[in-house]
Write a protein of this length. Structure first.
Length: 353
C-alpha cells in the first residue's frame, strides 16, 4: 500500500543488465514489449469499480448481520467472523493493487484508495506497508535487502537459525509446525506495526495516516461494543483478527518461501531476480479470488503495475519467454506450494533439532 512519495511502477527497462542473455542486453525488455503490445498495461477502472463496490456492499451486509444477530445475544454471531475476515482481506488486496498504481491513472486517486482500504477499513498503515513492500519487490528473497526474509518470529536461512537463543531458538526448531498457529497473530501484528511506524513518516503524512488509523480503531471498537455484549465483542474481535491473519498468511506464504535466495554480490538481472525467487500457484476462479491474484506472483513481480485481471492473461507470454531463455518457471498447486514453503522452514530449523 502506497505512500505518496513511494510507489511501485513499471519501468520501460529492467533496473540493470541481464547477465546471460544471448548477445548481452536485457532479457526482460522483449517480454515487456509483448505485454504492452497485447494491451495488458491498460488499466481496468470498470473492473475495479465493480469489485470495490461489491466488496463494500459485502462488508456492509456482514456488519449489519453482526448488529442484528448480536442484538439477540446469540453466540452464532461468531460465525460471521469468517466472512468478515474474507472481505477484510479483499480490502487489503485492493490497497495492495492501489499501491502498485494498478487501479487509476492518478497517483492521488490510488493513494486515496490505499488509505481508505488500508488505514480506515483494515487499520493497516499505507506508509508502513509501502516502505516494506517496495524493498521486498526490489530484492525479493535477498537477505539484508528484503525485509520479508529478515530475522523475526521466523527465520529463513540456517545462518539466521544458529544464532537464535532462548525461546526464539525453540520457535525456530519447530517453525514449520508453528507457522499456521503463528499467522493467527498477523491480523493484530500489522496494526501494531502500522502504529509504531508512524514516527518514521513526515509530519503531514503522519497526521493523515495516524488520524485514519485512530478512526479505524475507534469505529471498530464502537461498532462491536454497541452491538455485542462485552464478552462477545472481545471474542469476535479476537476471532476476526485471527482469521484475517490466517487468510493473509495463506495468501503470502506460497509466493517466495523455499525459492532461490540470491547471495550477496549476485548480479541477476530483473527477469531472473523476479522469476527465480517467485512461485506461482495454479489458478482457478476460487484460488484467484481467495489469493487476490497474488497466485500469479511471477507476473506480478515482473510488472507490478499490471492490473490484477491481466495477470492471468500475461502468464502464457511470461512462461513462453522463460522457456525460450531456459529460465525455470515454477508453478505448483496450492497445497504443494504450502508443502514446499513449510519444507524450507523445516530444513532451516533442522540444525537446532
Amino acid at each position: 500500500m502506497p505512500a505518496a512519495s513511494s510507489t511501485l511502477a513499471v519501468t520501460s527497462s529492467p533496473p540493470d543488465g541481464d547477465p546471460g542473455a544471448a548477445g548481452g542486453g536485457s532479457e526482460f525488455a522483449p517480454l515487456l514489449r509483448q505485454i504492452k503490445d497485447a494491451g495488458l498495461l491498460r488499466r481496468r477502472p470498470g473492473h475495479y469499480t465493480l469489485m470495490i463496490g461489491a466488496n463494500l456492499l459485502a462488508l456492509a451486509a456482514v456488519w449489519t448481520a453482526v448488529a442484528l444477530v448480536g442484538g439477540s445475544g446469540s453466540w452464532w454471531v461468531l460465525a460471521l467472523a469468517v466472512p468478515a475476515a474474507v472481505f477484510s482481506g479483499r480490502s487489503g488486496f485492493v490497497g495492495h493493487d492501489a499501491g502498485h498504481q494498478q487501479i487509476a491513472a492518478s497517483r492521488t486517486v490510488n493513494r486515496a484508495l490505499a488509505l481508505f482500504h488500508g488505514n480506515l477499513l483494515l487499520g493497516m498503515g499505507a506508509g508502513w506497508w509501502t516502505d516494506k513492500h517496495n524493498r521486498h519487490h526490489a530484492n525479493p528473497n535477498h537477505v539484508g535487502k528484503d525485509p520479508d526474509v529478515e530475522v523475526g518470529a521466523l527465520v529463513w536461512t540456517r545462518a539466521q537459525a544458529v544464532e537464535r537463543e532462548g525461546f526464539a531458538r525453540f520457535l525456530t526448531k519447530y517453525q514449520a509446525w508453528l507457522f499456521f498457529p503463528m499467522v493467527l497473530l498477523e491480523g493484530l501484528a500489522l496494526k501494531v506495526a502500522s502504529l509504531q511506524d508512524l514516527r518514521r513518516l513526515p509530519a503531514r503524512e503522519r497526521a493523515v495516516e495516524g488520524g485514519l488509523l485512530v478512526a479505524h480503531l475507534a469505529g471498530y471498537t464502537a461498532l462491536l461494543l454497541s452491538t455485542l455484549p462485552l464478552g462477545q465483542a472481545i471474542t469476535f474481535a479476537a476471532l476476526h483478527h485471527a482469521l484475517l491473519g490466517l487468510h493473509l498468511g495463506c495468501s503470502f506464504a506460497p509466493n517466495h518461501k523455499g525459492m532461490a535466495m540470491p547471495e550477496e554480490g549476485a548480479r541477476w538481472g530483473h527477469l531472473r531476480r523476479q522469476v527465480l525467487t517467485s512461485r506461482n500457484v495454479r489458478g482457478n476462479p476460487l484460488t484467484d479470488f481467495f489469493l487476490g491474484g497474488l497466485n500469479y506472483q511471477i507476473e506480478h513481480h515482473l510488472v507490478p503495475s499490471l492490473p490484477r485481471p491481466h495477470l492471468r492473461r500475461a502468464q502464457p507470454l511470461v512462461r513462453a519467454h522463460c522457456e525460450r531463455l531456459g529460465v525455470p518457471y515454477t508453478e505448483t498447486g496450492l497445497f504443494t506450494s504450502y508443502a514446499q514453503a513449510l519444507g524450507h522452514m523445516n530444513a532451516v530449523g533442522a540444525p537446532l533439532r
